[in-house]
Design a protein around this ligand. Structure first.
Ligand SMILES: [Zn+2]
Ligand SMILES: [Zn+2]
Length: 240
């Protein structure tokens, strides 16, 4: 298996990432990615952009150097109600929105109940496409409950290559989440969470994990053009 698109990447606008949007586009074109999303961190993370950054992303063409560039955000979940650090004005302006729990930006009680509640609220948020790197042992949630709901609502669970490659403590959770996605028919996207060009589009570790559990390609929205197109059509994301 391979990925033809990468829906979770960062640029220098996130400050702790190190390539420009143009360098990321060059790299995507070089390695033959059809599409990628620029999803810099939401405004409550340290050193991140002003809301204008997200409002003006349309300055970057839809397709550049043959690559479909989605304008997105990795918004931070700030509480157990699933509130985010990006408002409707920002989210409605973007092609692809990720919601994530990060330690520095979550300001509420940490418990399985709280994380479950937050993710269930996001299943009902029309602007959110996916929850990212949810295999964190710190932010455990009721996997079965959330994944079932995500499957019903057509939301995605991210299989994050960076978690699988660099965080051994996330690994068993990522496997369990993937198995439940398979069981309940919940679609996933396999993303790199790239913070530099050399990471973009390279998701071998995540794909190997999915292969080890016979995860069906039909549930990976960025594994082939047909899956991606179907997902885009359902979510009103123009392909080109
Ligand atoms: Zn980051
Ligand atoms: Zn993140």
């Amino acid at each position: 298996m391979k990925i033809i698109a990468d829906f979770h990447t960062h640029t220098i606008a996130s400050v702790h990432a190190y390539a420009t949007a143009l360098e990321m586009i060059h790299e995507a074109a070089k390695i033959g990615l059809e599409c990628f999303a620029i999803t810099d961190h939401g405004i409550s993370m340290h050193g991140v952009p002003h809301p204008y950054y997200f409002m003006n992303l349309h300055a970057i063409p839809k397709v550049y150097e043959g690559v479909r560039v989605l304008k997105g955000i990795e918004a931070n979940i700030v509480d157990s109600k699933g509130n985010l650090d990006a408002d409707e004005q920002i989210l409605s302006n973007l092609d692809f929105c990720i919601a994530s729990l990060h330690m520095p930006t979550y300001k509420d009680t940490v418990s399985v109940e709280a994380c479950t509640e937050a993710y269930l609220a996001l299943a009902d948020n029309p602007y959110i496409n996916v929850i990212a790197h949810s295999g964190s042992p710190y932010f455990k949630y009721d996997y079965e409950k959330v994944i079932k709901r995500f499957a019903e609502k057509g939301k995605l669970i991210e299989i994050n290559n960076s978690s699988i490659k660099h965080k051994p403590e996330f690994y068993p959770n990522c496997v369990e989440i993937a198995k439940l996605c398979k069981k309940h028919g919940c679609r996933v996207c396999v993303d790199t969470d790239a913070h530099f060009v050399t990471q973009l589009g390279r998701a071998e570790e995540a794909l190997r994990m999915l292969e080890s559990i016979d995860f069906p390609e039909s549930l990976i929205v960025n594994a082939n053009r047909e899956n991606m197109q179907k997902y885009f059509e359902e979510n009103n994301i123009p392909l080109y």
